[in-house]
Design a protein around this ligand. Structure first.
Ligand SMILES: [Zn+2]
Length: 294
C-alpha cells in the first residue's frame, strides 16, 4: 500500500472511530486507536483546519466482515438446509430506482450476498439496475411479471404469467454476462399444488419464507426491525423476506445486518447448482435499451 493510500485509509478509520456515536459493539480496535487527541492528517479527504473529532462525517456502522457465510448450491428446495444461525436474505418486487442501489450498498458494506426475486415488469423498466444487482454478485430470480395472485388465474394463465416474468428478467440481464437463476417466489406467497409441481418439474426452485419482515406495513423502520429480529431469534435460522422497494427497508437494513453480526448469525449465499435452461444468456434481437435509469 502506498503512503497516500495508507493516509487516506487512516483518515477513514480515524474519522469513523471518532465520530460514530453508537458503535454497535466494543471492539478491541477501539481501545487501541481511540485517543483524545486524534492526529491531524492532511490529505484530499478531509481538511485539517479542525480536529478530526470535530469534523462531520456520515454515520457509519461497523462491520468486522464476519457476516458472510456459506455459499449453498441449490438444485431443489430440499437443498436449502440451513444450520443454526444461518440466514438467507431475499428481496422481492424490485428493482426500484432510488431504493435497490441503497440496499446493494448496505449488503456490500457487510460483505453479504442476497437473492433478489425480481418482477418482470420492474426489471424490464430498469434493466441497468437489474444488471447492477447481478454484477454485484447477488442471485437474481423471478417473481412473475406483474405481481399477480396466481391462484386467481387459470392454470394456463398462471404458467404464462410466470414464464413472462422469467423472460423479462432474463432479457433485462441479457448482455451483462449474468443470467437469471431458477429461483422463484409466489406473489403474496399464494400458491397451489399444481403450480408448485409444475415449477419443480421445470427445474425451478420455489423459495419459501421462514421470516416475513412484513416491511410493506406502514410502520416505522424500527418496528419492522425489531419484529424481524425477534422472529428470527425465535427460529434460530431461516429465509428472511424483505422488499427492495420500501424506504423503511433501506433505512433498517444496516441496523439489521449489524444486529445479525452481533448475534452471531451468518448470511448464506444461494447459487443455482445447475442453471439448466436458465444458464444460457438470452440472445435476442430485442435486447432492452441500455438507457434505463437506475
Ligand atoms: Zn412480491
Amino acid at each position: 500500500m502506498s503512503l497516500s493510500r495508507f493516509a487516506i485509509s487512516f483518515v477513514f478509520v480515524a474519522a469513523a472511530l471518532a465520530g460514530c456515536a453508537k458503535p454497535p459493539v466494543e471492539r478491541a480496535v477501539l481501545t487501541q486507536t481511540t485517543t483524545t487527541e486524534a492526529p491531524v492528517v492532511t490529505g484530499a479527504i478531509l481538511k485539517a483546519s479542525a480536529p478530526i473529532s470535530q469534523q462531520p462525517i456520515p454515520e457509519r456502522i461497523f462491520s468486522t466482515g464476519h457476516l458472510g457465510g456459506r455459499t449453498l448450491a441449490v438444485g431443489s428446495s430440499s437443498d436449502i438446509a440451513l444450520r443454526q444461525g444461518e440466514v438467507i436474505l431475499t428481496f422481492d418486487d424490485g428493482p426500484r430506482p432510488g431504493k435497490t442501489s441503497q440496499i446493494l450498498a448496505s449488503l456490500d458494506h457487510f460483505g453479504v450476498k442476497a437473492t433478489f426475486l425480481m418482477l418482470g415488469s420492474a426489471a424490464e423498466a430498469n434493466p441497468k439496475l437489474a444488471q447492477l444487482v447481478a454484477n454485484k454478485g447477488h442471485t437474481v430470480g423471478s417473481h412473475t411479471f406483474g405481481h399477480v395472485d396466481l391462484t386467481t388465474l387459470s392454470r394456463q394463465e398462471a404458467v404464462d404469467e410466470i414464464a413472462k416474468g422469467e423472460r423479462a428478467v432474463a432479457l433485462a440481464l441479457a448482455g451483462s454476462g449474468q443470467t437469471l437463476s431458477p429461483f422463484f417466489r409466489f406473489p403474496y406467497l399464494a400458491q397451489n399444488g399444481f403450480l408448485r409441481t409444475n415449477l419443480m418439474q421445470g427445474s425451478v426452485v420455489v423459495l419459501d419464507v421462514d421470516v416475513d419482515s412484513k416491511d410493506y406495513y406502514k410502520e416505522t423502520a424500527d418496528v419492522v426491525l425489531q419484529r424481524t429480529l425477534s422472529r428470527l431469534d425465535a427460529r434460530g435460522s431461516g429465509i428472511v423476506l424483505f422488499h427492495d422497494i420500501h424506504q423503511r427497508t433501506v433505512d433498517l437494513l444496516p441496523r439489521f445486518l449489524s444486529e445479525l453480526e452481533q448475534r452471531g448469525y451468518t448470511v448464506v449465499r444461494l447459487v443455482p447448482k445447475d442453471n439448466g435452461v436458465f444458464g444460457r444468456d438470452v440472445i435476442t434481437a430485442d435486447v432492452p435499451s441500455q438507457n434505463g435509469t437506475l
